[in-house]
Design a protein around this ligand. Structure first.
Ligand SMILES: C[S@@+](CC[C@H](N)C(=O)[O-])C[C@H]1O[C@@H](n2cnc3c(N)ncnc32)[C@H](O)[C@@H]1O
Length: 288
């Protein structure tokens, strides 16, 4: 008699079984490397985990758990796989044009300028800022602190290597952002080996930092945290916003992503919109 074969997978599990396993998975990562995914938006986390199972060629989340608990390198690898590091040079160019108009003149009044790019992916946002600061003759007194939870992205970012070679769309965004030079002046090499010039790269530091667990480490005049909080639930978004706000110097500026909002946040009244469309806010906290 022929034996019937059963190939079961997570798709065959009931929702509560999937949620149960996902809960164990989240706890295992926290135990292994301290990263807490508990307050990440559940829908997108589930989708990413599903893709991960496929890539790892396993059927159930629970199969990954022993390795996550006993192998911190594997747990960090999982974080690198789960995080979405899509970015681009001069992404949403209107934001940069507005920074140039509304924020750079204020930055120019400081002898030392500190900018924190939180959730920097492979460095594109930090590179864009460095270029515009250079054109505004502010780069020499600027330091950009770029952080991310994904060490693989940070490694690429620190090398200056572009994920996409310079194309017409990038040049267009650069112009729309207020760029007034030739973009190729800021990069060496071509095609798949295009890198930001060392002269600009040396003004950017790249460090691992978990926005959900750690305090910031500078008192920047400007923080950009764009397209990171969309992956968090409301409670975590609020916690991170409060932390970013506390890090800013009085009258400092905060920029969030086009699909992010301060509406539900308990610090909404502490931040004045100076360009609502482009999500640029100014802290109105008083100096001590
Ligand atoms: C979609 S990218 C946004 C990149 C860039 N800010 C932009 O807008 O183009 C989101 C980044 O947030 C990072 N990220 C996710 N969770 C994080 C956390 N808890 N702490 C710091 N960075 C995090 C991801 O690794 C990823 O590089």
């Amino acid at each position: 008699m022929q034996q019937e074969s059963y190939q079961t997978s997570i798709d065959d599990e009931s929702p509560w079984q999937q949620d149960f396993e996902l809960g164990l998975f989240v706890r295992a990562i926290k135990k292994s490397i301290g990263v807490d995914l508990d307050n990440y938006a559940r829908g997108s986390l589930k989708r990413r985990v599903r893709q991960l199972l496929y890539k790892q060629n396993v059927n159930f989340i629970s199969e990954l758990i022993p390795k996550i608990i006993y192998d911190a390198t594997f747990a960090q690898f999982i974080i690198n796989e789960l995080t979405v590091n899509v970015s681009a040079l001069f992404r949403n160019p209107g934001v940069f044009a507005s920074l140039l108009k509304n924020v750079f003149p204020v930055l120019a009044s400081y002898t030392r300028i500190d900018i924190w790019v939180a959730g920097c992916a492979c460095g594109e946002e930090a590179y864009s800022l460095a270029i515009l600061l250079d054109e505004a003759a502010l780069l020499e007194r600027s330091q950009i602190h770029a952080t991310d939870i994904n060490v693989e992205s940070l490694y690429i970012a620190g090398s200056g290597l572009l994920q996409r070679s310079l194309d017409r769309e990038t040049a267009q965004r650069y112009r729309m952002a207020g760029g007034c030079n030739s973009l190729s002046n800021y990069f060496n090499g071509a095609y798949k080996d295009t890198r930001l010039n060392e002269r600009l790269l040396k003004h950017i530091s790249f460090n691992q930092h978990d926005l959900t667990q750690q305090e910031g480490f500078t008192s920047p005049q400007l923080i950009l945290c764009r397209n990171v909080m969309i992956y968090f639930n409301q409670a975590l978004q609020d916690k991170v916003l409060i932390s970013l706000y506390n890090n800013l110097i009085p009258n400092g500026f905060l920029v969030i992503g086009a699909n992010e909002s301060l509406n539900q946040s308990s610090i909404a009244t502490q931040l004045l919109a100076i360009d609502k469309n482009n999500r640029i806010y100014k802290s109105i906290k008083k100096r001590d």
